[in-house]
Design a protein around this ligand. Structure first.
Ligand code: ADP
Ligand code: MG
Length: 396
C-alpha cells in the first residue's frame, strides 16, 4: 500500500480523505468521539503538507436519501474543535454546495462534504452507479487518502471506487490498524482468545467458522449467546435469536469439539421481563431461561469464568459488548471482560464502535489496552482472511 508521503508534494493539492466519523449520537450530542480523534493525525498531516483537505464520511444508515437526522454537522463541529481550525460543512455531497466549498478552500484548510450515504450511488450494488458517483467525488480532488478503517470492508463508492480514479494512498490510521491485525493473523502468541458479543448476530456468526481455526478459544457473550444456547436445545425466551443460524451454529460447536478448540458459553444469564433500563433483573442458569423473559447480560459466574480465561491468554481480540452495556444494570459482564483485557500479558485488542464506546464509558483509558480498533466488522473480516475491497484497491 502507498503511504501519504508517496503521493508527492501536496501543497495546493485538493486531497479527498475518507474518514470513519460514524460516532454514536444522543440527539446531536456525540457520546464517544474516539473515531474523530483517531482521524486527526492524517488530517493534520495533510494540512501541514499544505493540502486543501476535503473529508468524506458517513453517519448511520440514511439509505441513499437526504435526511437531516443523519447530517454530519455534529461531527464537523467536533472535528473543528479538536483541530482548533474551521471545518466548513457543505450542504450536499457532490452538488453546487460541495463544489463551492472546495473552491473556497485555501492551502491547509479543511472542509467536509455531507454524509456520503445521502447519495444512492454510495452503497449501490451496481458497479456503474457507484463508479458514476466516484467520478463526481474525483472531480472535487487531485488525490485520495483512504483512512476510514471502519469501512474498508465495504465495496462502496467513497471507499473502493474512488481509489481507482485518483492517485491514492492509505492514511496512517489504516496503516496502524492493519499493522496490529497482521500481528493477530501472523504468529500470534498463544493462548489466543477471541471474545465475541454484541448485537449483529448474523454478521458475526459467519466469522466464527474461520476464527475457530485461528484462535485457541472462542468466548461468546452478548446477543449471539442465545443462538448458541438454542443450538444446544435450550429455551432462550424472548432474547435475540437467529433461528435460521441454529444449524450453522451446531456445525461450529461440532467443528470446535473435533478440532480441539474451545467455545466457551455463559453458564448464567441476567434476565428481565421487558427491555428497559430499570426492569427487575434476575440471574438464571443459562440452560433454564424462563420463556417470558429476555437475556440482557451474562451472569456473574460467567463473567468471572470469562475473565479467568482472558487473563491467561497472551493474545486477545475482543469485539462486541457482553450485554446491553449502555445501561448500567446490564454492563457488568462487559466491565469484567474489559478489566480482564487490561491484565493480559501480551497483545490485547478491542474492536468495534460500540465496544470501544463501552470501555471508554466504563472509565477505561485507551492505553489500558494494546490497541483499540476503530473498526469492528472490518477487523473481523480481516481476521477471517477475507479480501477487504478498500484495502486491496490500494495495493500497489
Ligand atoms: P460493535 O459496534 O462493538 O461491533 P455491535 O454493534 O455488534 O458491537 O453490538 C453492540 C450492541 O449490542 C449494543 O448496542 C448492545 O446493547 C447490544 N447487545 C449486547 N448484548 C445484547 C443482548 N443480550 N441483547 C440485546 N442487545 C445486546
Ligand atoms: Mg455497533
Amino acid at each position: 500500500m502507498k503511504s501519504v508521503t508517496d503521493l508527492g508534494d501536496l501543497r495546493g493539492q485538493r486531497v479527498l480523505v475518507r474518514c470513519d466519523l460514524n460516532v454514536p449520537l444522543d440527539g446531536d450530542t456525540i457520546t464517544d468521539d474516539g473515531r474523530i480523534r483517531a482521524s486527526l493525525p492524517t488530517i493534520n498531516q495533510l494540512r501541514e503538507a499544505g493540502a486543501k483537505v476535503i473529508v468524506l464520511a458517513h453517519l448511520g444508515r440514511p439509505k441513499g436519501k437526504v435526511n437531516s437526522e443523519f447530517s454530519l454537522a455534529p461531527a464537523a463541529r467536533r472535528l473543528s474543535e479538536l483541530l482548533d481550525a474551521e471545518v466548513t460543512l457543505a450542504d450536499d455531497v457532490v452538488g453546487d454546495s460541495a463544489r463551492a466549498t472546495v473552491e473556497a478552500l485555501a492551502d491547509g484548510q479543511v472542509a467536509m462534504l455531507e454524509n456520503v450515504r445521502f447519495e444512492p450511488g454510495e452503497e449501490s450494488k451496481d458497479d456503474g452507479e457507484r463508479s458514476e458517483l466516484a467520478d463526481k467525488y474525483a472531480a472535487l480532488g487531485d488525490a485520495f487518502v483512504s483512512d476510514g478503517f471502519g469501512v474498508v470492508h465495504r465495496k462502496q463508492a467513497s471507499v473502493y471506487d474512488l481509489a481507482s480514479k485518483l492517485p491514492s494512498a492509505a492514511g496512517g490510521l489504516v496503516e496502524a490498524e492493519v499493522e496490529v491485525l497482521q500481528k493477530l493473523t501472523g504468529d500470534a502468541a498463544r493462548p489466543y482468545v477471541v471474545v465475541l458479543g454484541g448485537a449483529k448476530v448474523s454478521d458475526k456468526l459467519n466469522v466464527i467458522a474461520n476464527l475457530i481455526r485461528t484462535a485457541d478459544t472462542l468466548v461468546i457473550g452478548g446477543g449471539m449467546v442465545f443462538t448458541f444456547l438454542a443450538a444446544q436445545g435450550h429455551e432462550v425466551g424472548k432474547s435475540l435469536l437467529e433461528s435460521d443460524q441454529i444449524d450453522a451454529v451446531k456445525g461450529y460447536l461440532d467443528e470446535a469439539a473435533s478440532g480441539g478448540k474451545q467455545i466457551i458459553l455463559p453458564t448464567d444469564i441476567v434476565v428481565v421481563p421487558e427491555f428497559a433500563a430499570d426492569a427487575p433483573a434476575t440471574v438464571v442458569r443459562a440452560d433454564e431461561m424462563p420463556k417470558d423473559q429476555l437475556g440482557l447480560d451474562i451472569g456473574p459466574e460467567s463473567a468471572e469464568r470469562f475473565a479467568a480465561v482472558i487473563e491467561k491468554a497472551h493474545t486477545v481480540f475482543w469485539n462486541g459488548p457482553m450485554g446491553v452495556a449502555e445501561m448500567e444494570a446490564f454492563a457488568k459482564g462487559t466491565r469484567a471482560v474489559a478489566e480482564a483485557l487490561t491484565k493480559v500479558d501480551g497483545l490485547s485488542v478491542v474492536g468495534g464502535g460500540d465496544s470501544a464506546a463501552a470501555v471508554r464509558d466504563l472509565g477505561f483509558a485507551d492505553d489500558d489496552f494494546g490497541h483499540i480498533s476503530t473498526g469492528g466488522g472490518a477487523s473481523l473480516e480481516y481476521l477471517e482472511g477475507k479480501d477487504l475491497p478498500g484495502l486491496s484497491v490500494l495495493a500497489d
